[in-house]
Write a protein that binds this ligand. Sequence first.
Ligand code: PBG
Length: 323
Amino acid sequence: MPYPIQRPRRLRRTDALRSLVRETKLTRDDFVLPLFVCSGTKVRREISSMPGVFNLSVDETVEEVSRAFDIGVRSVILFGLPESKDETATGAYAEDGIVQRALRAIKKSTPDVIAMADTCLCEYTSHGHCGVVRDGDVVNDESLKLLAKTALSQAQAGADVVAPSSMMDGQVASIREALDTSGFEHIPIMAYAVKYASGFYGPFREAADSAPAFGDRRAYQMDPPNAREAMREAQLDYEEGADILMVKPATVYLDVLRMVRDRYDVPLAAYHVSGEYALIKAAAQRGWIDEQRVMLETLTSIKRAGADIILTYYARDAIKALE
Ligand code: PBG
């Protein structure tokens, strides 16, 4: 047997060599930190299925954003837990809604942070669905009006980016129109274009108190086995004027992420969702895996598959680990 001429190990010999030839590098600019804003003051309530993640009152959210910004987190995305819910999700578009109040306070105290707002109705409806319910069905076009109203009120409160996540058909177009006709043509839309009906959202529904009271979300979120259909969803949102496309969840849909990356030349986001976070946390708490290592390997895989932007509850820890 002759010695091999090709020896890939040559470039793996030292840390410096490995770093020199590293193809994918995470940076602090990649991350968006999701936050859950609730009513009250001085509230800091840990979510049992998401250790390290809290429901925070507006004052605590402001503190949290400012601390996170200081360590390098440059973007946050806000979800709201309103004081009361109703059939038409009034809290989603109220001028003094929970997210609207948080946006104003954040932009005052940390003006340079990118404050994104998740635009959906499920946290604000009494039934927990992402749209208006009529005779047991989530009706599309009526929901669009409320989503457009919600996005507009978020922009008026200071949101730098709005992120529609309800999976209603035409949500990007109706939000774009509402923003453009009210002087917010400069506000980008990050569209949850490809969002699957996923079991990985379980812990989020505890965090955002948004589990549907009846049925499930399969009549509007995507069927997990479908990838071609994901291209159709991405195409529609792209045509409707989405500035950023998103695939969600991230790790079990890396194939879909890569397909969207290869077809669309707009920035691509991936949401490393609550259940993906909880799996790593739970195994780490039992001492079964090295949390930091698995976290970085996971986030790197998402970037390697094509994501430019990663929404993750690990944003802070990842940035700390990268220092
Ligand atoms: C709202 C929304 C959800 C998530 C983001 N926006 C929940 C859902 O669709 O049930 C999930 C985020 C996560 O699991 O971390 N529609």
